[in-house]
Design a protein around this ligand. Structure first.
Ligand code: 5GP
Ligand code: MN
Length: 347
């Protein structure tokens, strides 16, 4: 595949120039980067007098609901006809933070049926070759970093405002786990440029990371006390929440965000996994890893998913326990790799 990044900044910018109605579609089950990058780009396109909307399969987690224009996001699950109309009438569709079309969820048939050209801005490996324009590299920390770089390159001299900066900085913060992973020097350069707009990173950090409800903290306590399993032989730790537990705890979207990171924070653990039976008999799996141990190949091969080398996800038709059983069945084949992995290097 050619270098998609250099190939298409100009082409994408021409496509945007030519379009009046632009629809931005983040991935289903959106996270801070999916929404941050989409809203950031939408603010920019509004500045450029475009009729632009963010349309998403399902709602975003509550801890980013403070982002400017968050309330203007159109959610397919709750407003199908508006979303269908917007997609149908779009001159250009931009998919953000994924590059395999099925990740847009139930919007997929409407996107496929639309004659509008389709663009991707994304940092996940393995982009589907059927899009018309790409601004893509897996080297970027986040799609928000790419949206910044896209605007910076396509529109030199453009003055970023606080609204755009808050959205993009949120994507950077959430996808890097507060600047802990998936970093490169450009990430800090972009963060520095965003901070120059005068946004308060303290405000953003406190909104995103210090907005726990007492109920969510109790969930963390319960998960760590009762549900944390450590497989020392495999340098793996996992937490699971069954459908019954989900119901009993009254979990809502976003409550389980970050739980998987506790697994990885344990000394010498290389792989952390979180199993969440969100619907009866349907379990979402989140995988995280350190160093060169790739979890996206596991999620792709066994759990119909994908993601990055160190952060991936998928789904399994079965209860939490059945999904764990499947995971334990495949784990031995990774034993050597897990045992021999060295985490980072002291320079
Ligand atoms: P999370 O575990 O936070 O849901 O996702 C971690 C990473 O894996 C994210 O980059 C996300 O986009 C990706 N991911 C999560 N679930 C899926 C999935 O079902 N399919 C694919 N292709 N990627 C996923
Ligand atoms: Mn991302």
């Amino acid at each position: 595949m050619p270098d998609l990044k250099t190939l298409t900044i100009q082409e994408l910018s021409q496509a945007i120039e030519k379009s009046r109605k632009i629809v931005i579609i983040p991935h289903k089950n959106p996270d801070g980067d999916a929404i941050g990058s989409s809203l950031g780009l939408c603010h920019y396109l509004h500045d450029k007098q475009k009729d632009c909307h963010v349309v998403v399969n399902d709602s975003a987690p509550y801890f980013i609901d403070f982002l400017p224009k968050f309330d203007q996001i159109k959610v397919f699950e709750s407003d199908q006809s508006t979303c269908i109309d917007l997609v149908k009438n779009a001159d250009l569709i931009i998919c953000t933070d994924y590059s395999q079309l099925h990740r847009c969820g139930d919007l997929q048939p409407y996107v496929e049926a639309s004659p509008a050209p389709k663009a991707v801005i994304d940092h996940h490996p393995g982009p589907d070759p059927n899009f018309d324009f790409y601004f893509h590299t897996i080297a970027a920390s986040s799609t928000s970093e790419l949206v910044y770089l896209y605007i910076h390159d396509a529109d030199p001299g453009y003055l970023f405002n606080k609204d755009i900066a808050s959205c993009l900085y949120t994507g950077l913060l959430t996808d890097t786990g507060s600047f802990r992973h998936a970093l490169r020097s450009e990430t800090f350069m972009v963060a520095a440029e965003l901070l120059k707009t005068g946004i308060s990173y303290e405000f953003l950090v406190s909104k995103i990371f210090d907005s726990n409800t007492p109920q969510r903290l109790k969930l963390v306590g319960y998960a760590l006390n009762e549900k944390l399993m450590i497989l020392n032989d495999y340098r793996t730790a996992y937490i699971s929440i069954s459908f019954e537990e989900s119901e009993k705890l009254g979990l809502k979207k976003g409550d389980t965000e970050g739980l998987v990171n506790y697994c990885l924070s344990i000394n010498d653990i290389v792989m952390g996994v979180f199993f969440h039976e969100r619907e009866k008999g349907k379990t979402k799996i989140s995988l995280r890893s350190k160093g060169n141990f790739a979890v996206n190949s596991i999620s792709q091969q066994y759990f119909g998913g994908g993601g990055h080398k160190n952060a991936a996800g998928g789904e399994f038709t079965g209860s939490a326990q059945e999904t764990i059983n499947k995971f334990l069945e495949i784990l031995p084949q990774y034993k050597d790799q897990l045992s021999s992995l060295e985490i980072g290097q002291r320079d």
